[in-house]
Design a protein around this ligand. Structure first.
Ligand code: GDP
Ligand code: GDP
Length: 436
């Protein structure tokens, strides 16, 4: 469950994002002949043989206006902080450069395993290029070619070989794991403090000064919870903590490890663009989700304020219409304890299994009441449905022709399932398959 994390570091233009794409298996980040092109995606899950891991392209974490060397230094530090294994990437065509040595100097400071990969070794004749790089002091360099996909197998074997033993604590089934995500300063660490009833996580008025706390175990009303650490909750006064991409990276990591994600919104400030981006990640991950509007104590309100806020959330987060909304104050602790109960219900819904017979009754009934309209001159027939997965609940609906299942009809079936089974706080997925 707790997947190892691998980070790729190296100076610009050595091929980090090319390798990232190769390993992740899609062309998702932008590669161009320009150093420092912005990348969309810097974090993804990946697998190699039986190993699943998360991969970070540290080159995509742009650190504002810092000078060149400072940028790559900070990226290397992020790799050291976030990764279990580091791939140090260099360019075989250029030999060892000063910037490579700068990166190496940072990496010497960690005990984490480092695998040195020499990129742009596009054919076997070029293998001699690797020898120069022994001088960096990271042992045997692995020749690879991101452009041609060569040598990646051996590299990933070496990386997987260095994965830490899986921790035993992650197998606890009876623990609900949740995280609080949101923009800096919305009150994530204050909420954790409020949960814990003590100042375990130190909060300050200056963004970027919260320290302490990795995951926090907590028991409430006989149920065990684990609060997964996020950006804003493990601040150590590092320069890069307020870098947006870094905050996103930490949010993604936390979402990955959570059953339920609490999207924290600052009630005083209302909904901002970054809230939507963050919520989008939670939605994509298929986790249980709820909204927590914090700082409600500081909001001037009348009898319409809460409903107006709810309408705002529904307008701005159309695809999270199943996520409940709570209004709380970490400061006064108002309604903070109700969050545990909600998280528990969402977690149950996220893992809910519906009996096939009951499921098919609901589907039959839905179809009887509202038959699928003709599409492309043909009529959709639904034979039966079955639940194939939980977390999130996923249903396969067998039909005569996949092509004529319309998005709106799928949405209708989803709504019927929600009306019948609840599913508050959890996405549900419907997959249409042709009956063979
Ligand atoms: P990054 O800045 O380290 O992420 O580097 P990029 O992945 O953006 O690659 C920089 C340039 O090197 C791009 O023009 C790539 O097409 C090129 N490149 C990447 N991998 C290889 C390779 O294996 N061989 C060759 N010849 N070029 C490569
Ligand atoms: P984080 O960056 O999301 O972890 O936010 P913090 O927990 O560090 O809180 C940021 C600031 O908001 C601090 O000054 C807190 O004291 C303040 N704050 C947090 N929760 C509340 C709340 O419920 N009400 C009010 N009035 N202030 C809050």
């Amino acid at each position: 469950m707790n997947k190892p994390t691998v980070a790729i570091v190296g100076r610009p233009n050595v091929g980090k994002s090319t390798i990232f794409n190769r390993i992740v298996g899609e062309r998702i980040s932008i590669v161009e002949d320009v150093a420092g092109v912005t990348r969309d995606r810097i974090y993804s899950s990946a697998d190699w043989l039986a190993h699943e891991f998360n991969l970070i392209d540290t080159g995509g974490i742009d650190i504002g206006d810092e000078p060149f060397l400072e940028q790559i230094r900070l990226q290397a530090e992020i790799a050291i902080d976030e990764a279990d294994v580091i791939i140090f990437l260099v360019n075989g065509r250029e030999g060892v450069t000063d910037a490579d040595e700068q990166v190496a100097k940072i990496l010497y400071k960690t005990k984490k395993p480092i695998v040195l990969a020499v990129n742009k070794v596009d054919n076997p004749d070029m293998r001699d290029m690797i020898y120069d790089f022994y001088s960096l002091g990271f042992g045997e360099p692995y020749p690879i070619s991101g452009a041609h996909g060569l040598g990646l197998g051996d590299l990933l074997d070496a990386v997987a070989n260095d994965f830490p033993e899986p921790g035993a604590e992650e197998i606890e089934d009876d623990v609900i794991r949740f995280s609080l995500i949101g923009r800096p300063n919305v009150g994530k660490s204050s909420l954790v403090n409020a949960f814990l009833g003590e100042e375990r996580v130190i909060v300050s008025d200056i963004p970027g000064t919260t320290i302490d706390a990795i995951d926090t175990a907590y028991e409430y009303d006989g149920q065990k919870y684990k609060i997964i650490d996020t950006a804003g909750m493990r601040k150590k006064g590092k320069v890069y903590e307020n870098v947006e991409k870094y905050a996103v990276l930490r949010a993604l990591k936390a979402i990955d490890r959570s059953d339920v994600v609490l999207i924290v919104i600052n009630g005083e400030e209302g909904i901002r663009e970054m809230d939507k981006r963050i919520a989008g990640y939670a939605e994509d991950a298929g986790k249980g989700v709820m909204f927590v509007v914090n700082k409600w104590d500081a909001v001037e309100k009348d009898d319409k304020t809460m409903n107006k806020f709810i309408a705002d959330i529904r307008d701005n987060f159309l695809f999270l219409d199943y996520a409940p909304i709570a209004f709380v104050s970490a400061k006064t602790k108002q309604r903070v304890n109700t969050l545990f109960e909600k998280v528990k219900i969402i977690n149950e819904n996220h893992a809910l299994r519906i009996q096939s017979s009951v499921l098919n009754e609901v589907i039959e009934d839905a179809v009887a009441r509202n038959p699928a309209p003709n599409n492309k001159g043909r009529r959709l027939r639904i034979y039966y449905a079955t639940q194939v997965a939980v977390k999130p609940p996923t249903f396969v609906v067998f039909v005569n022709d996949v092509e004529i299942m319309h998005f709106s009809y799928e949405r209708f079936l989803q709504n019927r399932l929600r009306e019948s089974f609840g599913f508050e706080g959890t996405p549900i997925r419907i997959i249409t398959r042709a009956r063979s």
